[in-house]
Design a protein around this ligand. Structure first.
Ligand SMILES: [Zn+2]
Length: 165
């Protein structure tokens, strides 16, 4: 394999946590009194993952491909965004090597749900859960995020030609 065929992408997303919203992150519903606000289901992990895939595969970002003023996407399961991105990734002959994710929030606790999140993302990306790492990160009492008012997510994702997978 030519190392120049490897493609890396970076994604970031930030959502407000609001009472009465279902708390869905990385495709897993967490038991928590607030959840990410948004036009779709608000899943900030899947949104940042989509942008990491878009960055790696040189696609338009999630906001351009799936505009949040389009009524079609109201309340939508964000897994569908990832599936559509992955269809394009595969069409380009690429496959996911691994992804690494940081979820920064003082809202829901991430650690008890890591295994379920890794399994779900592995399914969506077509890789073993061991290639999906997820870390929860607290905010050390700094700012609005630390008051439990939001969730911020960073995702990095590496793609390689399918022939190498
Ligand atoms: Zn989002």
């Amino acid at each position: 394999m030519n190392l120049f065929d490897l493609r890396i992408g970076l994604g970031f997303d930030l959502h407000r946590l609001e009472p009465g919203r279902k708390c869905i992150l990385a495709g897993v519903t967490l038991p928590h009194p607030t959840g990410p606000a948004g036009h779709s289901d608000g899943d900030a992990v899947l949104h940042a993952l989509c942008d990491a895939l878009a960055g790696a595969a040189d696609l338009d970002d999630i906001g351009t491909l799936f505009p949040d003023d389009d009524a079609v996407h109201r309340g939508q399961d964000s897994a569908e965004f990832v599936q559509r991105m992955m269809a394009e990734v595969r069409r380009q002959g690429l496959a996911v090597v691994n992804t690494d994710i940081v979820i920064a929030t003082e809202g829901p606790r991430i650690a008890p749900h890591r295994a379920a999140m890794r399994a779900r993302l592995g399914e969506l990306l077509g890789v073993d859960a061991s290639r999906v790492n997820i870390k929860g990160k607290s905010l050390e009492g700094l700012g609005a995020l630390a008051d439990g008012a939001g969730v911020a997510v960073q995702v990095v994702c590496l793609l390689a030609p399918q022939a190498c997978a």
